[in-house]
Design a protein. Structure first.
Length: 205
């Protein structure tokens, strides 16, 4: 792709680094910004810079937050005795959109995947186990995607929590095998949360 401007080329190259954005889409977005008032581009750049510099990780659940402890964890109407374990912030948002879960969350930051070099030590599993040991937790809901990596991570957590006095459940398989949680429709995901089942039952057969 030939550019008549080095500034345009640099902007397109940077924009195309984003997931799912190729050079042509990046060019279209950059040219769109060029047609907008300068203030709009400044607002966008300022928002991205503040986001990158000021965003925090909740000390309790590892969710993305503006403050030390996120609004979900500090909400007195949530049930702190039930914790839903998810891969990342997108899954929290997907489950929250169903309005069917009233407990708290624990964000792992990924799934165990030897192929990608992600092991248990790269995730927040240790802090989850510590939380179960030191707090009044009655139920852990495993809400990871029904992929091989998700199932591996579920089983690893199950082994780490064995012997502790906590009920371990998983969302019902209304979610098709291989599906990612974030892409499930709200009705199906909501029903899967409500109809969760004991994790041990998924190990049989």
């Amino acid at each position: 792709m030939d550019f008549s401007s080095k500034l345009l080329e640099n902007a397109v190259n940077e924009m195309s680094q984003l997931p799912g954005i190729g050079k042509r889409t990046a060019l279209r977005l950059v040219l769109h910004l060029l047609k907008q008032p300068k203030e709009q581009t400044s607002y966008l750049a300022d928002a991205l810079q503040h986001f990158r510099n000021d965003i925090k990780s909740c000390k309790n659940c590892h969710n993305i937050s503006d403050i030390e402890v996120c609004e979900i964890c500090t909400n007195s109407r949530r049930n702190p005795e039930i914790i839903c374990v998810v891969e990342d912030i997108r899954d929290v948002m997907a489950i929250e959109n169903t309005a069917q879960f009233k407990g708290l969350y624990h964000v792992l930051g990924g799934k165990i995947s030897p192929i990608e070099g992600v092991g248990p030590h790269n995730l927040t599993i240790d802090s989850l186990v510590c939380k179960v040991k030191n707090q009044e937790i009655k139920e852990i809901v495993l809400a990871l995607s029904s992929t091989m990596e998700g199932d591996t991570t579920n089983f690893y957590i199950y082994k780490q929590l064995q012997g502790l006095e906590v009920n371990l459940t998983t969302i019902a398989r209304g979610i098709s095998v291989g599906d990612e949680i974030e892409y499930a429709d709200e009705v199906t995901l909501g029903r899967s949360i409500l109809n969760r089942i004991p994790f041990e039952g998924t190990l049989k057969g």
